[in-house]
Design a protein. Sequence first.
Length: 464
Amino acid sequence: MTGTTVASALPSPGVIGAALVGALVLIGLLALLMRRRPDAFPLLAIFALPFRLPISTDGRTVNLLIPLYLVVAAGTLVHLIPRRLNRGGSEPRSPITLEWLLLGAVVLYVLQGTYSTDHTKAAENVAFFYVPFGLLFMLLRDVCWTRELILECLGVAVMLAVVFAGVGFIEYYRKTLFLNPKVVAADQYGNYFRVNSLFFDPSIYGRFLAMVMIGVTTVVLWSRRRRETLLGAGVLAWLLAGLITSFSQSSIAALLLGLAVLAAYRWDVRATVYVTSALVAIALVVVLLAPASLHFGLKGTGGSTSNATSGRTKLIDGGLELFADRPLYGYGSGSFETEYKRHGDATAANATSASHTIPITIAAEQGVIGLAVYVALLIAAFAVLFRGAGRSPPRIAIAACFAALVLHTWTYADFLEDPITWTLLGIGVALARAERAHEDKDAAGEHSPKRPRVTMVSHSLKSA
């Protein structure tokens, strides 16, 4: 569950009522802004993506994306009402298979929540993540994406990442976290300090930086302007330093995969595969031969693959045992933490709500049925994002970010529970749909120079 957090306690009913009234007023103001300037929604959505507000009740803390909910509510109000009043016209065809699979994944999660051993967790995920993020996906899918809007959204994300990295540097210098200080106490190595900036978790902080760095690298690789290249290189150096201070192995791996995708498109696929394979081999040698002072966890006191992977191997083993017990339909949506504890695998140190490997979590909670939907969803998503992406740097960036995100979910957590997933898919579907509409017009012999704005985005960065 990605995002920055702000400490909070559950307020009194009067305060809650006043907050609801204020939220309705704010939604109304945001809706007016979006009606006057349609580009406001994607900009506000990108800005709101990282920010979460933890709400504690009944002994459970849920980190809620309150700012994003307000933006989505306003965008839905502006977007859906005019559609009811104006049903005429036609729109470019959408990749319907991917959209049906997204819907199917949500519906299946709801159904499997009915027999879950943790109904509350399942309901929270549906109400606070799947439903609002599904609306976010549909709204971003229908945005008219232009070169200027894409760069503005990237600029917003870069601004946030630069600020977050700066906060991380302060934390690293002071050896004090502004939020979630228990991360320091839970540090398994104890000889170095992991920052999380304004995020609840260092790996989630690293994931956000990695996504932004892939976007900036795309601009650097395809830009023809020296000033943009130098500025982008400076930003990448700043963010890379921020990523290193998080000591997030999963985020670094995700970044490298995203950069490999960019390199394959920018230069040569075969050469990229050779270089990547060589780097992976070198990394494995370093991990196996490095001294204990480097804290890889394979040598020294307590050295093991579990330490090297921050305890993930124990979580994976426990998840596989749960899957073996109920391979067909699992223990139900959101039940991993409950069942992991019930089977005696959890301790105070390693209790967690997920296996930190999304396929294992899905296998334990939803069984083969859930895994089948998950695999089909990934295949459809990669097909939509990568097919024909080579002609469009923005599409290449989205595809590279999604590949990196999927890898990060395999080594950490949160796939459909992360708004970044739905954001990448929403933008990716919009760009793919625009490309398809452009191809359909060319096939029909329509070569009018006055094409809709949305059909031009796929080719726009090439002329930058």
